[in-house]
Design a protein around this ligand. Structure first.
Ligand code: FE2
Length: 221
């Protein structure tokens, strides 16, 4: 198995599936109540985001992979094997969005924000100088992403970096390991913030971002 596949799936632990089922890709449960992220993200936004958008990607993926070799692959394997393959663009779109959202739910926490663990703090200080500089980079990436996409904290080789991706693109396909994700598709914030994406992102970083999840993915918990 590709080492990126193994690392991403075992560290994050968010991509379980049922190989025996007709629809092998299952919704990963929200790790908190729909209202738990209020007032930064309303229950209404989270209900629609999880129950309509995320569920839609997973359902479409199950329909697309039925009876194909993709049905026996892990979600990460599908993402990696369909990226940049025009023939499988629709499979990639839904698989990557299923992956990204399962990862995003865990990137937020009702007890998030605040400060990272000591081990992660040392890595952040080494790469960015201090936590506020990292938050500023994430904020700029999330705000400057033109149109739909994602802002990420990643491990690129041995170095922590902030990157942004268009639409459903995922850093895994550029050989980077995701540590945290911020969804900046309008469906993630528009009901609560309309066009004020920067306001949403600042509040997510101050109140919800899950540094413990980043540390877990980095192996620095
Ligand atoms: Fe989303």
């Amino acid at each position: 198995m590709d080492t990126r596949t193994s690392a991403a799936e075992t560290a994050a632990g968010v991509f379980s599936r049922d190989r025996s089922a007709a629809n092998p890709f299952v919704l990963q449960p929200l790790p908190y109540a729909e209202s738990a992220l209020e007032p930064v993200i309303s229950a209404r936004t989270l209900r629609l985001h999880y129950g309509k958008h995320y569920e839609g990607y997973v359902e479409a993926l199950n329909e697309l992979v039925a009876g194909t070799p993709f049905a026996d692959m892990s979600l990460t394997q599908i993402v990696l094997s369909t990226a940049k393959e025009p023939e499988y663009a629709t499979v990639f779109h839904n698989a990557a969005q299923a992956w990204n959202h399962a990862f995003y739910w865990r990137s937020l926490s009702p007890t998030g924000g605040g400060f990272p663990s000591h081990a992660l703090k040392l890595r952040i200080d080494s790469a960015f100088g201090h936590l506020e500089a990292l938050k500023e980079e994430l904020s700029i990436a999330a705000t400057m992403q033109f149109g739909s996409g994602w802002a990420w904290l990643v491990l690129d080789g041995a170095k922590l970096r902030v990157v942004k991706t268009d639409n459903e693109e995922n850093p895994l396909i550029a050989d980077m390991k995701p540590l945290l994700a911020i969804d900046v598709w309008e469906h993630a914030y528009y009901l609560d913030y309309q066009n004020r994406r920067a306001d949403h992102v600042h509040k997510v970083l101050d109140k919800l971002i899950n540094w413990d999840f980043a540390a877990e993915n980095l192996g620095a918990a």
